[in-house]
Design a protein around this ligand. Structure first.
Ligand SMILES: Cc1ncc(COP(=O)(O)O)c(C=O)c1O
Length: 464
């Protein structure tokens, strides 16, 4: 039985992983608010799931299925939680790669967050949403020259440089445009962290950043400092995803602060900013128990203070970049059940009207999800189920193990929780399925913030 390690969990390999379905929950209709959006509830009469005060049956009828439903109050609440927990002087930036739409970027910036983008496309969404350019940080391991030009001329707050070529390109663009962009140097610390585990190696075998171990990071800083057109402000490190334990951050911060100390002693420059990236974990199932944001914030701040004071360095301004932690739990995917197939008395395969084109995380990372019957409650006994999509792949699994009521029927609606991060943003048109829309709900009002694609949209691209 093989499971291939992957940054976001074991990868679904060519061999099916061992099946260890969890025990059925005590109540199939219950909604654990550690997993579901803050406004999720059951209608007291029909038992249907409600989000933002709206019945999902009405949402499905009005907007169709599959559809992502984003709870605006939940997103704003999490932004406030991060802002309050990290407090004055810490810069919280939403990592737009998790989910990037104008409405969401407006919500997060209205709550005081900055925005991280990693392509010209994400940058355009931010700029056209009205995000102040100085609140935008531009990432990416291969930014195109045109993207650097756009970022620099728009006046983004920071550019995170990721290669020697890019240092030269940003300096060239700065000279051409008469600007002096603020630059962070992304370093790879050899630390990889996921959930409770982290690995600290002496080498960095990955495409992002400048290796600390090889001395590339020192050289990158030297080159940036030698270019008067660039303003060197500090260092950036991102160590992983879905992290529950701060031990990995401690090792990474220690290594980054060692570099900061060398910079200080070699060049007489103290870094003014330290960006520790994102990766803070959320609960997808009842087995996940992420630390609360307040204790996470306290640990990270303590780690940075302790490392800087041990190195005799002034404390830089800390930046963090949560993506999943802000948007992940806010969103639910609604699907309609199409077929129900009992396989050899092993389990029941429940096919829905979406699949790996709207949520590839299960196929890609063996991710776990929680789902419930959403259009009603049921007192029927639990049935061990696998929720699958309608793509031409046997790995097209949305929820590997879940218990659904045994009276489930075609036409019922299922809701899958915590699909806000890396689902729509990784969506594809595999098998020519149009991508679902995203509907925002708040105080009994719903509006589409990303339009559902149509088959005509797809056909219009086929110009041969
Ligand atoms: C540089 C950087 N910052 C932030 C994030 C956001 O991570 P998460 O959504 O897990 O918080 C990522 C994710 O890959 C990243 O690469």
């Amino acid at each position: 039985m093989s499971r291939v390690a992957h940054p976001a969990g074991p990868r679904y390999a060519d061999v099916l992983p061992a099946d260890h379905p969890p025990a059925p929950p005590a109540d199939l209709n219950a909604l654990d608010l550690a997993i579901w959006p803050q406004t999720a509830a059951r209608d007291t009469t029909s038992g249907a799931l409600t989000l933002g005060g709206l019945d999902v049956r009405d949402l499905a009828e009005r907007f169709g299925t599959p559809v992502f439903v984003a709870d605006e109050a939940d997103v704003r609440g999490r932004c406030r939680e991060y802002m309050e927990a990290f407090g004055e002087g810490v810069n919280v930036c939403y990592a737009a790669k998790a989910f990037c739409s104008r409405a969401v970027l407006r919500w997060v910036t209205e709550e005081g967050l900055g925005v991280d983008v990693c392509t010209g496309g994400e940058l355009e969404v931010a700029l056209t949403a009205g995000v102040l350019p100085e609140r935008v940080t531009m990432h990416g391991n291969n930014k195109l020259l045109a993207e650097i030009e756009r970022a620099v001329t728009a006046g983004v707050g920071h550019i995170v440089v990721d290669s020697f070529e890019e240092i030269a390109r940003v300096a060239f663009v700065a000279e051409q445009t008469g600007t002096r962009p603020k630059v962070l140097v992304r370093v790879t610390t050899g630390v990889e962290a996921h959930t409770h585990e982290f690995m600290a190696t002496a080498h960095d075998d990955q495409k992002f950043g400048f290796s600390l171990a090889s001395g590339s990071a020192d050289e990158a800083v030297r080159r940036v400092l030698a270019l008067p057109g660039l303003e060197f402000v500090g260092l950036h490190s991102h160590i992983g995803s879905q992290i529950f334990d701060t031990a990995g951050f401690e090792v990474a911060a220690h290594r980054v602060v060692e570099l900061a100390s060398r910079i200080y002693h070699t060049h007489g420059v103290a870094i003014s900013e330290l960006d520790l990236g994102g990766g803070f974990g959320i609960a997808y199932t009842t087995e996940d128990d992420p630390p609360d944001v307040r204790s996470l914030a306290k640990s990270l701040r303590t780690i940075v203070s302790a490392q800087c004071s041990a190195a005799g360095l002034p404390e830089p301004t800390l930046t963090i970049e949560p993506g999943r932690g802000i948007i992940g739990p806010s969103t639910v995917t609604l699907y309609e059940v199409g077929t129900i197939k009992d396989v050899d008395g092993l389990r029941t395969y429940v096919s829905v009207d979406g699949g790996m084109s709207d949520n590839v995380r299960t196929a890609l990372y063996d991710a776990s999800y929680t789902c419930v019957l959403a259009s009603r409650t049921s007192a029927a006994p639990p049935m061990l189920s696998r929720v699958v999509g309608r793509h031409c792949e046997s790995g097209d699994i949305v929820v590997r193990h879940c218990y659904l009521p045994s009276d489930l029927a075609p036409g019922d609606l299922l809701a899958v929780a915590a699909t806000g991060a890396y689902c729509w943003s990784l969506a594809s048109n595999y098998n020519h399925l149009p991508r679902p829309g995203v509907v925002a709900v708040r105080d009994g009002e719903a509006r589409e913030i990303v339009r559902r694609e149509t088959l005509d949209d797809l056909l219009s691209l086929d110009v041969g």
